[in-house]
Structure formats: C-alpha cells, structure tokens
Design a binder for this molecule. Structure first.
Ligand code: BGC
Length: 531
C-alpha cells in the first residue's frame, strides 16, 4: 500500500468527463464552450468530483468534432480562447477540481500545417511526420488495414502516388511515431498545457501510436456479418499490426518524465481488452491509469461484465479508470435495457466500479440516470453515422447536458444547437433532480461522497468473494464489502463474520444492518462496513 505522503493526488479521486460541444454553451451559438464549462464548475463541486476531463477544444475543422486537431496549442474559436482556458482552470482549481486536457497524438487533422506541408513537399521535413506507403505490388491499398470509421485505413495522395495511413477518417492522418521529431513536438505540446495549469492528460487512442514496421496484413478473425457496421468490420480483424505495438508504451514513460514536475496525471484511452496487454501501459513509470473500455462497449451481459472486471482488476488493482459511459458509445442506461431497469443496472455496475480502486470517471449526464438523447435521422452529426449507411453512430450519448427544462434544456440561450435533439422532461434534468432528494443525482452524489469518506474502498488489498451466481460480484477489502447483484432476482450472499452496516446502496433499502448473510435485491449494489 502506498503511504499517504507518497500517494499521488489522484489516488482515491473521482473523475468526470465533459464533452466540450455539449456540456454548456456560454456564448449562445449553440455549441458548448470553455466559458460554459467554467460557469458550471459549481455543479461538479456539488457533485463532489475531483478531476474534470474536457474533450478536445483545440483548433479543429471538426470532421470528428475536435478529435481532428489543426493546432494543438490554441483554442478553437467555437470553444473560446486561451484566456477562457485560464479562467476555467482558475474556476476549477478554486473549487478544488483538477483539469485534464485531452491530447490527440495518434493523428492530426488533414488541415494541420504539418500535413499540408507533407502533401505539398514530398521531400520536405514534414513528409515523414506521417505514414506513407507505395501502392501494393499490382496496385491498390498497401495492406488490409481498415479504419475504425469505415473503409480502408489508406487514402491515395494522387500527386505523389503514395497512400497515407489513417486509422480513423481520411481527414485524420496518422502521425509517424518512429520519427523522433514527432515525439519532440508532443513534448512541447504537453509542456504548453502544463505551464498553463493543466493537471494532466487524457490520451486519445493511446494504444495506436506505433504501427508494425513491416506493415503486415492483420489476420482476419471472421467474415463480418453486417457490412454496414464499421465497428463490426473493424472487430473482424485481429489488430496485431496496426494497434498495441510494444514500442508505444515507451512514449508514456517519456511523457511521464515531462508531466511529473507538474504532478500531472496521464490517463490513457487503451482500447484493448486483454488484461495482460493492458497491464503493460501502467507498468514501470508509464501511464498513471487507463480507461478499461469493455464495459462502455457492451450490451447487458452481466456474467461477461463481471468476469472481465475481475480479470482486469486482479492484475491492476490500483491503476484503472473504471468507466461504464463515455462520449463514444450509447449510454449504459440505454445499452443495459433502458428506463428504470437500465438506470438501476448502470448504477449497480458503477457502484462496484467505485469500490475497485483506481480512478473511476463519470460521463456528463450519467449522474442523472438518463438514457440516450433522441435525434431525428436528418440531424445525425457523427461521421460514423453520416458516412456509413445504416450505422447508428455516437450521437445519442452526445446530446446536450440537460440543466433544466428551459430552452435547449438550459444548455444554451438558443434552441438551434449543433446536435438538435428532443428536449428532456424536467425529471431528467439537473434542476428537476436537485429538487428531488430521491433522484439519481442525489444518489450518485451520495456515492461520490461515500467513496471519498471511505478510504477502505480504494486502499489496501481487495479480495473477490464467492457468490451464489456469476451475475453477482462481491469484493472484500479491509473494512468494506461491496456486493453487486446484477441478476434479475434477489440473492442471498454470505458475509464475512461480524455485524455489518449498510454504508451505501444503489437503491433505497429498508435493511441497515446484517450479520451472517444479506439479501440483495435484483440490479442493486450495496457497500457494507463493519458496524
Ligand atoms: C475518441 C473518439 C475519436 C477517436 C479518434 C477516440 O478514442 O474518444 O471520440 O473519434 O478517438 O480520435
């Protein structure tokens, strides 16, 4: 166990993700901005979160809503100015909240000056900032790699006759991390934001930076069934050569040395599911923590979910950022069955996650127990949806944060928002739920407060307990027992010896004490402490 004096600041904290375009609009143009976020840090402080991750707000043509960066050290005018960033940092720090900036090192925008120079001068220094390959012998794409967002991972530059690699949109060319100049550029970018007050970085597709030196074909696992679903096509390959190369982890050891003097945290988005491969990213001075994304991608399969959480937790007890929601997937309330049932399942899972150590993150609106927003097909904005016929895309989880039942749910002063969606009723808004002590918002707030006040939930050894069913996960720590019953019926779980009192429950329960065993209702998690 780390001693209190040596513990990093993030130990025992709760993070919160704000999707920059949709959290709050300060200037009334219908797009979220830094001023809007600054105006709402009070909500985050009231909720009790410790660190705020803001999705990219840098200059960007917006083909992937900010994840296509054309200037890493300036704020896009739609999101404000560098002064607004300073104001936001001051506001957040003023209420004890750290600010985590989202850095996008795998690719730039195709309109970034580096890529424009690489195109216009194939013999100049910027060409090698990107990944270029000649056509395959006989013509065509250099290999069989596919883009996450549909189609091949290669686009032809007709002038030079070479292809460039893009694991996402053609407007997001991948950087060549084998070129030392690229690493130097990112060192400077990290220092820039640390010097401006950032407390760390969320690292976009952190597992993707290096590619196989020989650009070998990825093995095909199975023929995809849904040829309209880019996600399924992507998953039909084993990503042996385009993702998760051994060298990638060294980048984060280097970055850690840069952010350490600022006490900066590195939180990686590592989209691999193998617990052993995952562990490498948080070993030996690399990332502080990483998002384990399987729970964000899954439909409701409690046995699989618990099995995976346990496997990852057992290998990495302190170094995972547990998440059930983010801006890339349907909200867990919808994915887990919708309505009250989905909301109870989602909170039961998150209550267990809050007991696993590491640094869990809430995604904006998760604290309201809400499902996906409803968007008319003609208003879909995510390139995954607009460029692939029949693909659902990621817009449902990106509709505006519902603050109240006013114009645009209080997100903006205009109803003409970047992602028009049906208004939510008062009971799905912050204002409606603050007024109701029995609301999801109050229950999430109670969970955050209970976790903070209970170091037993994030320190010391944790042991997974035997349970009557694979749909029940139970974890014992010194001084706390968490039981998540993800089954559809009440279960009885044996308790360690002694009298236990209920510290937190994901739904209102009558019982407050138990000895010998406890009955836990369906889709409910409880945290017990010695009475
Ligand atoms: C981000 C996505 C983005 C993609 C490409 C992901 O991991 O979370 O929103 O589209 O990276 O940058």
């Amino acid at each position: 166990m780390t001693s209190a004096a040596a513990a990093p600041w993030w130990h025992g904290t709760m993070g919160y993700e704000a999707y920059a375009r949709s959290f709050a609009d300060g200037d009334g143009d219908g797009i979220g901005d830094l001023a809007g976020i600054a105006a709402h840090v009070g909500h985050l402080a009231w909720l009790g979160v410790d660190a705020l991750w803001i999705t990219p707000f840098f200059r960007s043509p917006g083909f992937d809503h900010g994840y296509d960066v054309s200037d890493y050290t300036d704020v896009d005018p739609i999101h404000g100015t560098l002064d607004d960033f300073d104001t936001l940092v001051a506001a957040a720090h003023g209420v004890g909240i750290k600010v985590i900036v989202d850095v996008v090192p795998n690719h730039t925008s195709s309109l970034h000056p580096w890529f424009l120079a690489a195109l216009s001068d194939p013999h100049g220094p910027y060409r090698d900032y990107y990944i270029w390959r000649d056509p395959a012998p006989g013509g065509g794409h250099p290999n069989n790699w596919v883009s996450h967002f549909g189609g091949p991972a290669w686009t032809l530059d007709p002038v030079s006759g070479q292809y460039y690699c893009h694991l996402f949109l053609p407007e997001q060319p991948d950087l060549n991390w084998r070129n030392p100049s690229v690493a130097d550029e990112f060192d400077a970018i990290l220092r820039f934001w640390c010097d401006r007050g950032a407390d760390g970085f969320r690292i976009d597709v952190a597992h993707a930076l290096y590619k196989d030196e020989q650009f070998r074909d990825n093995p095909l696992i199975r023929e995809p069934e849904q040829l309209t679903d880019p996600g399924e096509i992507f998953q039909s390959f084993e990503h042996r050569y385009d993702l998760d190369q051994d060298e990638t982890v060294d980048v984060y050891r280097r970055w850690k040395r840069i952010v350490a003097p600022y006490q900066g945290i590195l939180v990686g988005e590592v989209g691999t599911s193998d617990p052993v491969r995952i562990s490498r990213y948080v070993a030996d001075g690399a990332l502080d923590t990483l998002f384990y994304l399987k729970p964000v991608w899954m439909t409701w399969q409690p046995l699989v979910l618990l099995d995976r959480l346990r496997a990852v937790h057992e290998l990495n007890p302190e170094r995972i950022s547990w998440v059930v929601d983010n801006h890339d997937s349907s909200r867990s309330v919808s994915r887990f069955g919708g309505g009250e049932v989905g909301a109870h399942r989602s909170m039961a899972v998150f209550t267990l996650m809050a007991s696993l150590g590491g640094m869990p993150f809430l995604y904006q609106g998760q604290e309201l127990g809400i499902g996906d927003g409803i968007i008319a097909p003609e208003h879909l904005a995510d390139p995954v949806a607009t460029r692939n016929v029949g693909a659902a895309g990621r817009d449902g989880c990106r509709t505006v944060m519902p603050w109240n039942d006013g114009i645009a749910n209080g997100f903006s002063t205009t109803s003409d928002c970047w992602l028009p969606a049906e208004d939510r009723p008062l009971e799905e808004t912050v204002a409606g739920q603050i007024a109701d002590p029995a609301s999801w918002l109050h229950r999430y707030r109670a969970l955050v407060a209970y976790r903070k006040a209970t170091p037993a939930l994030w320190t010391g050894e944790a042991t997974w307990m035997d349970t009557p069913s694979g749909a029940v996960g139970a974890l014992r720590r010194h001084g706390a027992v968490t039981i998540a019953n993800l089954a559809d019926e009440t279960v009885t779980v044996e308790l360690p010896p002694g009298l236990w009192s209920l510290g937190f429950a994901s739904r209102a329960l009558g019982e407050t004490e138990a000895t010998g065993s406890i009955q836990v209702p369906a889709q409910t998690a409880v945290i017990l402490e010695p009475a």
